[in-house]
Design a protein around this ligand. Structure first.
Ligand code: G6P
Length: 460
């Protein structure tokens, strides 16, 4: 079988015998496990020197090849261009964009360095799968290194509409970079449509079925919604009572209803609006006081970027304000945990919760909402309140969908969820579980890999 080479900005090497933390890492490891191969990218370390040496580690049939980022590149390529330019623009938040020429230069430089280092490890005759917004120019840089194998790129985050994209200096070059891949994958129809529109408006591209013809190149495109491993999650959820933390929480909750949110601490997740919605719930539906607990787990993320640090402080203040205003001697409405939570305990919390609050202002897909659904007890499932601006909204019609900016609508949806009769909850759960099974993680990578291999035989 053809070897698979995966490149992503962040590579997480699992401790022997330990399972992955979730999301992207699980998806990629699964693909590599199946095909055998190489995973290349940043090891998460920042080096004080400009030297960045390649390290390789073998775990079963996967080779991990990683590099640290010199401090300057960490600041300008990772924090700067990737997360202060691309991330906000692609998440429809132009106000948070901080474009600097140094950032753009570092972004190109690191992509070229990655291409140079990776090309020494390639054997030829492989399938190359590049992930996410940090690496838009990598395909073109690899071609310059003489790489001829099929290359696919998958965007995990949303693609912005053309008018937003245009506000980002250098967008033409990045669009052209993407056209050097053989296959481009997106989360939703909406993202693919926005990309097509951008290359039509910018370069006068022609669309022929699923192929884009542009600047003398032909690129195949497709929509591949990322999913989860449903059976594994169900098994984990069924065993969640074995987890000490989860069991303790269940006890502490008693008769109270748990509303749960779990996100990276990121402004795209709509956490400020969500906290306001909790306050609206407590003021507009007073009977929920004493009877409801809102737990928000916000795992620290990109805290060197001012917007992220400001958000952390704002949420701490908001949690303090809500608790200060509404708490009683024996009840605190908001439990705010600014920490990364062990996965097993998290799945246990999902299963105990009556409501899952997933209300991003914009999200490529969002796997938390899918995990929340799969973690439910089919006999007595909780209800998902989901932002209509998350990629997953187009699949999960069984959720109560809300506009994440509409605080009162979120509060009303929580109230509706808490009052929902059992048969309706079961019906909604069944609809969503069916979709999760159809669009599973396995299906996602099977379809992408199948299309990428077809590029292979076309090229032969
Ligand atoms: C999102 C991105 C991923 C990224 C993850 C964590 O899910 O799509 O590419 O790895 O966030 O962010 P971080 O900046 O810590 O890698």
């Amino acid at each position: 079988m053809t070897r698979l080479v995966v490149i992503s900005n962040r590579v997480s090497i699992p401790e022997p015998g330990k399972s992955e933390a979730g999301g992207l890492a699980v998806a990629i490891t699964g693909a590599l496990d199946e095909y055998g191969g190489l995973w290349f990218g940043w090891d998460g370390e920042v080096s004080e020197t400009a030297v960045s040496e390649l390290t390789t580690v073998q775990r079963e049939n996967i080779t991990y090849a990683t590099l640290p980022l010199p401090k300057e590149d960490y600041e300008n390529y990772y924090l700067g261009f990737s997360n202060e330019v691309l991330w906000p623009v692609f998440h429809f938040n132009l106000g948070a964009m901080d474009f600097q020429l140094e950032y753009a230069k570092a972004y190109q430089r690191v992509n070229e360095r990655f291409a140079g280092a990776l090309s020494t490890l390639l054997e030829g005759g492989e399938l190359i799968w590049v992930h996410d917004y940090h690496l838009l120019p990598l395909g073109k840089a690899l071609r310059k290194e003489g790489v001829k194998d099929p290359m696919g790129f998958y965007l995990h985050i949303p693609f912005p509409s053309y008018d937003l994209l245009r506000a980002m200096p250098g967008y033409r070059g990045l669009l052209d970079d993407l056209l050097h891949y053989d296959l481009l994958g997106f989360q939703t129809d909406n993202d693919l449509h926005a990309f097509r529109q951008a290359v039509i408006e910018t370069f006068g591209a022609e669309i022929a079925g699923d192929t884009i013809e542009c600047n003398g190149r032909q690129v195949r495109t497709g929509v591949y919604p990322v999913g989860i491993d449903v059976d594994e999650l169900i098994a984990e959820a069924e065993h969640s009572r074995d987890n000490e933390q989860a069991r303790q929480l269940e006890e502490d909750l008693g008769e109270r209803d748990l509303i749960i949110g779990a996100d990276r601490l990121d402004y795209s997740k709509g956490l400020v609006q969500r906290f306001n919605a909790i306050e609206a719930l407590l003021t507009q539906f007073e009977h929920r006081r004493q009877k409801t607990i809102f737990m928000q787990i916000a795992s620290p993320s990109r805290s060197a970027i001012p917007e992220y640090d400001d958000l952390r402080r704002q949420l701490e203040e908001m949690a303090g304000h809500i608790n200060g205003t509404y708490a009683d001697l024996d009840w605190m409405p908001v439990h705010y945990l600014n920490q990364t939570f062990p996965r097993e305990a998290l799945i246990g919390l999902f299963r105990s919760a009556r409501v899952g609050l997933v209300t991003p202002l914009r999200d490529g897909m969002n796997l938390v909402c899918k995990e929340f659904v799969a973690a439910q007890d089919p006999e007595d499932p909780g209800v998902l309140v989901l932002s209509e601006l998350a990629g997953a909204a187009s699949e999960l019609s069984g959720a109560l969908q809300v506009n994440p900016y509409d605080v009162d609508a979120i509060a009303a949806a929580i109230e509706q969820a808490l009052n929902m009769p059992l048969d309706e909850r079961q019906e909604r759960y069944r609809q969503m579980l069916g979709v999760l099974r159809r669009n599973s993680l396995l299906e996602w990578r099977r379809r992408f890999m199948e299309h990428l291999s077809q590029q292979n035989s076309d090229a032969d």
